[in-house]
Design a protein around this ligand. Structure first.
Ligand SMILES: [Zn+2]
Length: 81
Protein backbone atom coordinates (compact mmCIF):
# COMPACT_ATOMS: atom_id res chain seq x y z
CA UNK A 1 0.00 0.00 0.00
CA UNK A 2 1.39 3.41 -0.93
CA UNK A 3 2.24 6.23 1.49
CA UNK A 4 -0.83 8.31 0.63
CA UNK A 5 -3.24 5.37 1.01
CA UNK A 6 -1.68 4.59 4.40
CA UNK A 7 -2.34 8.19 5.47
CA UNK A 8 -5.90 8.13 4.11
CA UNK A 9 -6.65 4.91 6.02
CA UNK A 10 -5.16 6.35 9.21
CA UNK A 11 -2.36 3.76 9.38
CA UNK A 12 0.24 6.53 9.73
CA UNK A 13 -0.04 10.04 11.13
CA UNK A 14 -0.51 12.96 8.77
CA UNK A 15 2.77 14.91 8.63
CA UNK A 16 0.96 18.21 8.03
CA UNK A 17 -2.23 19.54 9.58
CA UNK A 18 -5.50 18.27 8.16
CA UNK A 19 -7.65 21.00 6.56
CA UNK A 20 -10.68 19.28 5.04
CA UNK A 21 -11.90 16.49 2.79
CA UNK A 22 -14.84 15.63 0.59
CA UNK A 23 -15.84 12.32 -1.00
CA UNK A 24 -12.88 12.40 -3.43
CA UNK A 25 -9.88 14.20 -1.92
CA UNK A 26 -8.33 15.37 1.32
CA UNK A 27 -6.49 18.65 1.79
CA UNK A 28 -3.77 19.30 4.33
CA UNK A 29 -0.94 21.71 4.97
CA UNK A 30 2.54 20.77 3.89
CA UNK A 31 4.86 19.14 6.39
CA UNK A 32 5.99 21.63 9.06
CA UNK A 33 9.41 23.11 8.37
CA UNK A 34 12.48 22.62 10.59
CA UNK A 35 11.34 25.49 12.83
CA UNK A 36 7.94 23.83 13.32
CA UNK A 37 6.06 26.35 11.21
CA UNK A 38 3.44 25.20 8.73
CA UNK A 39 3.16 26.67 5.26
CA UNK A 40 -0.38 27.96 5.56
CA UNK A 41 -0.55 29.06 1.94
CA UNK A 42 0.63 25.77 0.50
CA UNK A 43 -2.02 23.07 0.80
CA UNK A 44 -1.45 19.50 -0.39
CA UNK A 45 -4.34 17.75 -2.14
CA UNK A 46 -4.42 13.95 -2.20
CA UNK A 47 -6.98 11.51 -3.61
CA UNK A 48 -8.84 9.26 -1.16
CA UNK A 49 -8.59 6.46 -3.75
CA UNK A 50 -5.25 4.95 -4.81
CA UNK A 51 -3.99 6.82 -7.87
CA UNK A 52 -0.25 6.39 -8.61
CA UNK A 53 -0.13 9.42 -10.93
CA UNK A 54 -2.17 12.34 -12.21
CA UNK A 55 -3.19 10.33 -15.29
CA UNK A 56 -4.74 7.71 -12.97
CA UNK A 57 -7.23 10.19 -11.50
CA UNK A 58 -10.85 9.93 -12.57
CA UNK A 59 -12.28 12.97 -14.32
CA UNK A 60 -14.10 13.92 -11.11
CA UNK A 61 -10.91 13.59 -9.03
CA UNK A 62 -8.93 15.62 -11.58
CA UNK A 63 -11.52 18.39 -11.35
CA UNK A 64 -11.34 18.23 -7.54
CA UNK A 65 -7.57 18.76 -7.91
CA UNK A 66 -8.32 21.81 -10.02
CA UNK A 67 -6.72 20.43 -13.15
CA UNK A 68 -7.94 22.28 -16.21
CA UNK A 69 -9.87 20.01 -18.60
CA UNK A 70 -7.22 20.49 -21.29
CA UNK A 71 -4.43 19.27 -19.00
CA UNK A 72 -6.54 16.31 -17.88
CA UNK A 73 -7.06 15.34 -21.53
CA UNK A 74 -3.32 15.66 -22.23
CA UNK A 75 -2.49 13.44 -19.24
CA UNK A 76 -4.91 10.80 -20.50
CA UNK A 77 -3.53 11.00 -24.03
CA UNK A 78 -6.93 12.04 -25.32
CA UNK A 79 -5.61 14.87 -27.48
CA UNK A 80 -5.26 14.50 -31.24
CA UNK A 81 -7.27 11.30 -31.47
ZN1 LIG B 1 -2.22 4.46 -2.81
Amino acid sequence: MCFICQKVQGDIALPGRFICQDELVQVMHLVPGPDGSVSLGEPMIEPLRHAPGLADLTSEEAQAFGLPRKMEELLRGEQNK
